[in-house]
Design a protein. Sequence first.
Length: 41
Amino acid sequence: MYLSVDMVRLDARTGNAIILTGEEILIEIYPNGNWRFVNEI
């Protein structure tokens, strides 16, 4: 299943990238390449 990416944000303070897809999938990517799903939307 593919979902469109609705928003990508780069936090200049931390260097983290935030990707919002669909209505409830939020992924945070750290500068070192690690990532996690964020559940609190």
